[in-house]
Design a protein around this ligand. Structure first.
Ligand code: URA
Length: 251
């Protein structure tokens, strides 16, 4: 297909902007600058870079965002900043949407994709994709929280939760890790509210078998590969290891 068509379908740049970028030498195909929009590329074979960033040729795009506070997970909430604003134009596509949601005040791993079927698979309760959250509580952790979560809690509005794993992070008073296999609205916050505490901070640190890459800064994105998606769908992260990695060692 034509290079300009390839870029137009996979980025949020207009045709006019793309023409300018091509003329300025900002587009490379397999390491060589290409300035002509009519240049033919094979998306599955050629590596196309725009502004130094790889523009993937696959049919679907999977982007991992380290979500900062203050952004909503929906695409179009009037008066709110959407997580989509954080995706650089090279990675933006018209149908790119967050998979599930993190609250406006939550941080951490948020997957975005234009693969609607995959999004559905990850969100579906029956797919059992595990999501791991590091939380900071307003008041100290109580040991009975773990048992209560493991039994399958009932929230204040009567909603039933599936059994969840929760534990205090060693070396802390009020930090914990919790793993859910479902995603009810504000679920973690509502679980701890039902136990008389309050979640002050919430960060998603892992999904399935993928942990948040340590070098992915708040507000930054990176592309996930098909093999990463399979790890999210088919693997789990070791809960005990996650707890240990977040352990606070007093000096
Ligand atoms: N549970 C919550 O309460 N909030 C989130 O953002 C994610 C899970």
């Amino acid at each position: 297909m034509r290079l300009d068509q390839f870029l137009s379908a996979r980025t949020m740049y207009s045709r006019k902007e793309l023409r300018q970028l091509l003329i300025k030498g900002k587009v490379k195909v397999d390491g060589e600058v290409v300035t002509k929009g009519e240049y033919k590329v094979k998306p599955e074979q050629n590596k196309v870079c725009l502004n130094g960033k790889h523009v993937p040729g696959d049919t679907y795009l999977y982007v991992l965002l380290n979500k900062p506070k203050g952004y909503v997970s929906s695409a179009d909430e009037p008066g709110q900043h959407s997580v989509l604003e954080l995706v650089p134009p090279e990675l933006s596509r018209k149908d790119l949407r967050p998979v599930g949601r993190l609250d406006k005040d939550s941080t951490g791993m948020l997957l975005l994709t234009d693969d609607g079927q995959l999004a559905h698979q990850i969100i579906a309760v029956r797919s059992h994709v595990a999501k791991y959250y590091h939380i900071k509580l307003a008041r100290p952790w109580q040991d009975w929280y773990a048992e209560k979560a493991a039994q399958g809690m009932i929230l204040r509005d009567g909603a039933h939760c599936q059994p969840a794993m929760a534990a205090k992070i060693p070396g802390t008073e009020n930090e914990a890790m919790i793993c859910l296999h479902e995603g009810k609205y504000h679920q973690v916050r509502r679980m701890f509210a039902a136990m008389g505490n309050h979640v002050a901070e919430l960060e998603r640190v892992a999904m399935g078998g993928i942990e948040m890459p340590v070098d992915l800064k708040l507000g930054s994105c990176q592309i996930l590969l098909e093999k990463d998606i399979q790890k999210i769908l088919k693997c789990e992260t070791d809960f005990a290891k996650l707890l240990q990695s977040r352990q606070k060692v007093s000096s």
